[in-house]
Write a protein that binds this ligand. Structure first.
Ligand SMILES: Nc1ncnc2c1ncn2[C@@H]1O[C@H](COP(=O)(O)OP(=O)(O)OP(=O)(O)O)[C@@H](O)[C@H]1O
Length: 342
């Protein structure tokens, strides 16, 4: 494939995302794509993403991959993944533009249904995404959304045995499920918990867990992993929405609803005929007029999509969580798709 890199449209932990123009008229491949590029330290994540996307095959709610290649730019070898281009960027950026207002419930319902269909496909193929968050849900010109960023995805096939002992942080702490905090379990149920967090954020414009600025992320992990506290369900949400979230925010992953079950919930089982896309376009135009003024109460930039792995055998959740705090300086290294902090 021949392509030319255009403007930069996003930055992740491991990569930079740019527009790419396809310079050859080649059948299936569109003229405009997104290219996710990384130097060597992010290559493992890109390669994991490519192999997961290949295994998943086509699904309308998952960003398509057109291939990969290597380029040399400014003397550096770049690993590139060519992807379907989402012209309106991520839902995170979109929601931030609303200055803490959140999206209308009808839009939230539609997006939630789309993400659930994507998750059902991922889970049916034996994978977990492990990093569901608004930054990884991309918005297309026609108002459709698709799941992106499979750099941390893993094959689970129903086996939730943690790969390693200790505490590993995959994805973003604000979206972490209790079993991930307590047991290092990152299965399909953890994606459903994260989806619940994303629904709260889409609707309220605020993260599902309220955290004080400057507070240590350990205190959040303890709230998620220990005790009965659950993410706050927005008061203004319909009863159907509240009920939907109550099925996502079940501490026991065995009792949490699956993506398949949630797709039959009345919150998302709507007749698309009644859900006029034109309304969405009008609303979108109004939203676009709002000045860009991010008001996310707390963003854990430094922790996103990283893994902290103590590699020690610890029994209780408190012990496991305590193992994350250390006075020694961390040693960052990349192991497959994982970033390891020792
Ligand atoms: N296909 C795409 N079309 C348009 N924008 C994209 C696309 N893929 C990614 N982006 C933009 O780039 C950002 C970073 O991409 P992505 O999350 O895939 O990178 P990452 O390095 O895996 O990041 P993370 O820190 O979330 O793991 C996204 O939040 C989004 O704004």
């Amino acid at each position: 494939m021949e392509w030319v890199r255009g403007e930069t449209i996003g930055f992740g932990t491991f990569s930079t995302v740019s527009v790419a123009t396809n310079t050859r008229d080649s059948g299936d491949i569109p003229a405009i794509m997104a290219v996710k590029s990384s130097v060597s330290y992010g290559a493992a994540s890109l390669s994991n993403e490519k192999s997961v996307l290949d295994s998943l095959g086509d699904c309308p709610e998952i960003v398509r991959c057109y291939g990969e290649d290597l380029t040399v730019e400014n003397g550096e070898v770049m690993h590139n993944l060519l992807l379907e281009y989402a012209s309106r960027g991520s839902l995170a950026t979109h929601v931030k533009k609303l200055s803490g207002e959140g999206l209308p419930e009808s839009t939230v319902r539609r997006h939630t249904g789309s993400v659930l269909r994507g998750l059902r496909h991922i889970h049916a193929k034996g994978f977990a995404h492990c990093d569901i968050k608004l930054g990884n849900i991309l918005l297309f010109n026609d108002g459709a959304v698709k799941i992106a960023d499979f750099g941390l995805a893993r094959r689970v096939d129903g086996d939730l045995t943690p790969l390693k002992k200790g505490v590993e942080i995959r994805g973003t702490p604000l979206y972490m499920a209790p079993e991930s905090v307590n047991e290092n379990e990152y299965g399909s149920a953890a994606d459903v918990w994260a989806l619940g967090c994303a629904v709260v954020e889409m609707f309220s414009g605020k993260t599902a867990w309220s955290v004080k600025e400057g507070s240590h992320f350990m205190s959040l992990l303890i709230r998620i992993g220990v005790g009965d506290e659950l993410p706050k369900i927005p008061e203004m949400l319909s009863e159907e929405g509240k009920d939907f979230l109550s099925k996502c925010f079940v501490k026991d992953p065995e009792k949490r609803w699956t993506a398949e079950m949630l797709l039959n919930h009345s919150f998302v089982a709507i007749d698309l005929e009644d859900d006029h896309r034109e309304d969405f376009v009008v609303k979108f135009k109004e939203e676009e007029k709002v000045l860009m003024s991010p008001k996310c109460p707390f963003e854990f930039h430094d922790w996103e999509s990283s893994t902290s792995d103590s590699h020690t055998s610890l029994d209780s959740p408190v012990e496991r969580l305590g193992s994350l705090t250390s006075s020694s300086s961390p040693d960052w290294s990349v192991d497959g798709s994982w970033v390891t902090v020792r």
